[in-house]
Design a protein around this ligand. Structure first.
Ligand code: WT7
Length: 643
């Protein structure tokens, strides 16, 4: 496969950038021409940010799986599409060729059809990182069902809320998932999530861990049985086929839930054509992917990073995507380096939190590991601090590999601001320059655009790009108010940002009530709601504070009605409650019991003060004169858990 739109030099980048801003429609239609369409578009772009309405490639028909699979079969059918590395290094690696992927995806499509899944139905996928997860995602796309993958770390309650919001009718899950020395009982979590659920008709269960599960008659089916039956249907005389459903460009491809500043996660909707073009274009350009290279993105497919850079980006480029079931620290902290060595990985795309955690284990885990295959390193999910950047550059890249610091979001579908590996300049801790098609602006609180360099403000994007969010599932108004209402005619990212003297962007972090814990987005309101579910809790307020490994830690101030008991036990109970309601990733790191919260006369919690105390900055709290009861601040300061 060749990538005629791959930018090879700074000059080419500058030229492409200029064209993309001056004539976006010509620019994107030229790129789109290189994909497989069942019908070409009538109009490249139709948009307004008032409703908002965004339509790319209107009138076109396609199926993304033909672009990710079928178009590669004649040339690289016997080459690997997915290399799967199991949790346990003793277990055998699986190599899935494009031919095999084609067969499996056709089988899943047939299996879904056999079970009554139709175009447009929502299928929830709750699995560990096994190849079958990729087959499930692509099988849905093949028949035009909308997939909604839920990360395996979410609890039953979180799943129940998402199933309800998406009105999901089908679930694909596993008996369990292996992660490090743990075996996570996914099917039993699904059983809990389904108590009281009225929409789900069938649950298909793939066997991975052989954890005992209960199978409900008429509802629960084994993946293996269903797939075997489907195999005889899709394969005749050695020819495999399941027709790829023609999809309209703006039909929904998937829903992915993410946290916002309210208590309820939103279902970010991505559509077929624009998302495909964007995932592919950003993959090919940011990582400077070359055919035959092994791309290892360490994310889970439960997050957008996995959707775009394990599944859709690499496969649409005919690439080799390495999928890892386990965690970076098991059996020991050298696991990533073992994998790089074993599979001769060329591109390693990971998160600052993983880098910082591995840094802490020391360099001995690198001993004897051959990392010379590495060509490009990447970082995503949160700002990467210079120390981690330098460690990654020196010890992993041996000062020979460009590092791409990729800023983007679930809502943006793919990378928005990043250097292009080895093509545009890198600068530690800076995402640097926008990709072609991206017109970033910094604005002040009043929405005035801040021009010039060496400035900071709130990051907005001015013009639509193909991979952007189209709506929030079932609630378009929420999409409008969340992203398009703060500043007129702009998409508001929720991030604060600096632009340096050379025009490089440096993302400084969220400016809303969203935390970024180990690269995972967690809404403070969501955690507060979960804490408040604990009997005895009167009220709570959650803020973030700087954490050496996680980036941000979760600090909860809790008013508890009865403090006679053992405070530590109560803390653990509250953490357990949060774990049950959201998942272990949202567990507070610190819980401080307080008698009152700093509130204004109108009853609004002054989080600014709580954030300062959580950051350990107790001497300079700013103006507290508008507080209803300034005494609570002293009480909170005295009880602060940060030394
Ligand atoms: C938020 C989006 C993008 C996939 C993973 C997270 C932060 C992301 C960077 C980066 C600084 C970053 C932002 C953004 N973020 N990448 N390279 N530098 N900050 O997706 O869960 O939608 O979170 O992650 O704050 O808004 P997400």
């Amino acid at each position: 496969m060749s990538y005629p739109y791959q930018l090879k030099s700074l000059e080419e980048y500058k030229k492409a950038y200029k064209e993309s801003i001056e004539s976006p429609e010509t620019f994107w239609s030229n790129i789109a021409e290189t994909f497989v369409w069942k019908k070409k578009w009538d109009k490249v772009l139709e948009w307004n940010f008032i409703e908002p309405k965004i339509e790319w490639f209107r009138g076109a028909q396609l199926n993304i799986t033909e672009n990710c699979i079928d178009r590669h079969l004649a040339t690289i059918g016997e080459e690997p599409a997915i290399i799967w590395e199991p949790n346990n290094p003793e277990e055998r690696t699986r190599i899935v060729t494009y031919n095999r992927l084609h067969k499996r995806v056709c089988q899943v499509a047939q299996m879904l059809k056999n079970n009554g899944v139709k175009k447009g139905d929502r299928v929830c996928i709750y699995m560990g990182m096994v190849p079958e997860l990729a087959y499930a995602v692509l099988g849905c796309a093949r028949i035009g069902a909308i997939h909604s993958v839920i990360f395996g770390g979410f609890s039953a309650q979180s799943i129940a809320d998402r199933l309800e919001d998406a009105q999901a009718e089908f679930i694909i899950t596993c008996d369990g998932a292996f992660r490090g020395n743990k075996d996570i009982p996914l099917k039993s979590v699904i059983d809990d999530a389904l108590i009281g659920n009225k929409t789900v008709k069938k649950v298909i269960v793939y066997t991975r861990t052989r954890t005992p599960v209960s199978m409900l008659k008429g509802r629960d089916l084994w993946w293996e049985d269903e797939m075997e039956h489907a195999e005889t249907q899709v394969e005749k005389d050695g020819v495999v086929s399941f027709p790829a459903e023609p999809m309209n460009a703006e039909d929904t491809l998937f829903i992915l839930y993410t946290s916002g500043s309210t208590g309820k996660p939103k279902g970010v909707v991505h559509t077929q054509a624009g998302y495909m073009v964007w995932a592919n274009y950003t993959f090919v350009n940011v990582f400077q992917y070359q055919p035959g290279q092994v791309h290892f993105c360490t994310a889970d497919i439960g997050w957008i990073t996995g959707h775009s850079y394990i599944v859709y980006g690499p496969l649409s480029a005919g690439g080799i995507s390495l999928m890892f079931e386990g965690i970076p620290t098991w059996p020991d902290a050298g696991r990533f380096w073992d994998i790089v060595d074993k599979h001769q990985v060329n591109i390693l795309y990971t998160a600052p939190t993983a880098i910082r955690s591995l840094m802490g284990f020391g360099l001995e885990y690198l001993n004897g590991k051959d990392l010379s295959s590495l060509k490009v390193l990447g970082s995503v999910g949160e700002p990467i601090n210079e120390e981690a950047w330098n460690w990654f550059h020196k010890n992993i890249g041996k000062e020979n590999c460009p590092i791409v610091d990729t800023w983007w979001q679930t809502e943006t579908g793919g990378v928005m601001i990043s250097n292009l590996a080895g093509v545009t300049p890198q600068k530690p801790a800076h995402a640097t320059l926008p990709l072609p098609g991206i017109d970033p602006v910094l604005v002040d609180e009043n929405g005035n655009v801040i021009e010039g360099n060496s400035v900071s403000g709130n990051l907005c994007i001015r013009h639509p790009w193909p991979g952007m969010i189209r709506t929030t599932y079932g609630d378009h108004e929420r999409c409008r108010t969340n992203y398009f209402a703060t500043y007129p005619n702009m998409y508001f990212t929720g991030d604060g940002c600096l632009r340096d003297e050379d025009g490089n962007y440096r993302i400084t972090g969220r400016v809303d009530d969203v935390l970024n814990v180990s690269g995972h987005r967690i809404g403070t309101a969501e955690v507060e709601n979960a804490i408040n579910m604990h009997s005895g809790v009167v009220e709570s307020a959650v803020v973030g504070y700087p954490h050496d490994i996680k980036g941000q830690g979760i600090y909860a101030y809790v008013i508890y009605e009865n403090t006679h008991g053992d405070e530590n036990l109560t803390r653990q109970d509250i953490m357990q409650t949060v774990s049950r309601i959201i998942g272990p990733i949202a567990k507070p790191d610190k819980i401080q019991f307080v008698k009152g919260l700093p509130k204004t006369r109108s009853g609004k919690i002054m989080r600014r003060i709580l954030r300062k105390i959580a950051e350990g900055e107790i001497s300079n709290l700013g103006d507290t004169s508008t507080l209803l009861d300034p005494n609570v601040v002293d009480e909170i300061k005295n009880g602060s858990l940060i030394s």
